[in-house]
Ligand binder design. Structure first.
Ligand SMILES: *Cc1c(COP(=O)(O)O)cnc(C)c1O
Length: 369
């Protein structure tokens, strides 16, 4: 690795003059907490997602916990969660006082295996949390059919799902609630931030009470219910509005980078690129590979100045959950283990030049020669 070639990071937010101008406006107005920008950002998100109601949360993890509380998952109830996802999907269940039950993923799509989910339903199951992973949708026909048959609530983890549709409907609008994240590596970012959408006015009211100290409007100090503080700031919302203004460009650049990987790796028999499942659109979160000798390839790329990321470590093996839930033992999760052992995530961020994609893909081809 020569010192002159810059390292390629695995992700980079696209922040610039548009964000700066809108943040300057917030500072000029001297109103920092939730105000006019939050209202505007929420309205524009609801238009994009095509959902009637939504509230902010400080991040995606707390958006999920807030949603689980608002749809009234009882204390101690079971919530079905895919075994391959970010730890926050499951820790949100614990924060909401319920218990995550892990089920394996479909090896071809990386999304929750709904047949396995059906087998995991017990008398204590209250909800299922499909996670729309890698910028595609879970099989929402199957999830909703299971939920209707077994009387389960559905809280969608759409943290990676901004702009993603299933049968032309935005993810996050199928279940009782949909949760989004605006962390720095998601499709649009506010640094930190989250959003919960819902269709029922009753859920919307509970969301508002829970996130604002048990009152519907700030300013009152009489609290009808017990709630918390899940507010964000107008500074974040200003950044979010600017990000939404470039969403189409963000999506098309990510797609172009993903297509360039497909092109340059097309003839490589050692790697396979995950594609969007039937019914789902694709707003690539990363370029997700299934490949031979994935760990070695990651090291090789690292030594050539290229940052990559591994797939999520299977939740049933996470030290934090093994101790609490004792799931170790007979390894009933072959597909989440396989996805972890053979998976590698390559950068597709919107400011990434096409030459960087070609450099990464060519380095991968050289590794297997
Ligand atoms: C990022 C992410 C979360 C958590 O969002 P934060 O804003 O980081 O708390 C939850 N689930 C998935 C699938 C994610 O990718």
């Amino acid at each position: 690795m020569t010192g002159t070639t810059p390292r390629i990071p695995q992700v980079q937010p696209w922040i610039g003059e548009e964000e700066k101008a809108l943040v300057d406006g917030v500072i000029q107005d001297n109103w920092l907490t939730e105000g006019a920008r939050c209202k505007e950002f929420a309205q524009r998100l609801l238009e994009l997602i095509d959902a009637p109601y939504g509230v902010f949360a400080p991040n995606g993890t707390l958006a999920l916990a807030l949603a689980l509380l608002a749809v009234e998952v009882p204390l101690g109830a079971e919530v079905i969660v895919p075994n391959s996802t970010f730890v926050g999907s499951a820790s949100a269940v614990i924060l909401a006082g319920a218990r995550p039950v892990f089920v394996d993923i479909d090896p071809d799509t990386l999304q929750i295996d709904v047949d396995q989910a059906e087998k995991a339903v017990t008398a204590s199951t209250a909800a299922i949390m499909p996670v729309h992973l890698m910028g595609v949708s879970a099989d929402m026909d199957a999830v909703m059919s299971l939920a209707e048959r077994r009387g389960l609530r559905v809280v969608e983890d759409a943290a990676q799902g901004i702009g993603v549709t299933y049968r032309d409907r935005h993810v996050g609008t199928f279940g009782d609630a949909g949760c989004f994240s605006f962390f720095a590596d998601k499709t649009i970012t506010t640094g930190e931030g989250g959003f919960v959408t819902c269709r029922s006015p009753q859920t919307y009211e509970r969301l508002r009470l829970l996130r604002n100290q048990g009152r519907l409007e700030s300013g009152s100090f009489i609290h009808a219910a017990v709630g918390f503080n899940f507010r964000i700031t107008d500074v974040q919302a200003a950044i979010g509005i600017a990000q939404l203004g470039k969403l189409d460009q963000i999506i098309s650049r990510k797609r172009a980078n993903h297509a360039q990987y497909e092109e340059t790796l097309r003839c490589n028999p050692h790697v396979w690129i995950y594609r969007a499942p039937v019914g789902s659109s694709h707003v690539p979160f990363r370029c997700a590979l299934r490949c031979e000798r994935a760990f070695e390839l990651a090291e090789y790329l690292d030594s050539h100045g290229i940052d990559t990321r591994r797939f999520f470590y299977p939740l049933h093996q996470q030290p934090c959950f093994v101790d609490a839930f004792g799931f170790m033992g007979d390894a009933p999760f072959p597909h989440s283990i396989g996805a972890y052992e053979h998976g590698l995530l390559l950068p597709v961020y919107p400011t990434m030049p096409q030459e960087a994609v070609i450099r990464i893909a060519s380095t991968i081809n050289r590794f297997y020669e």
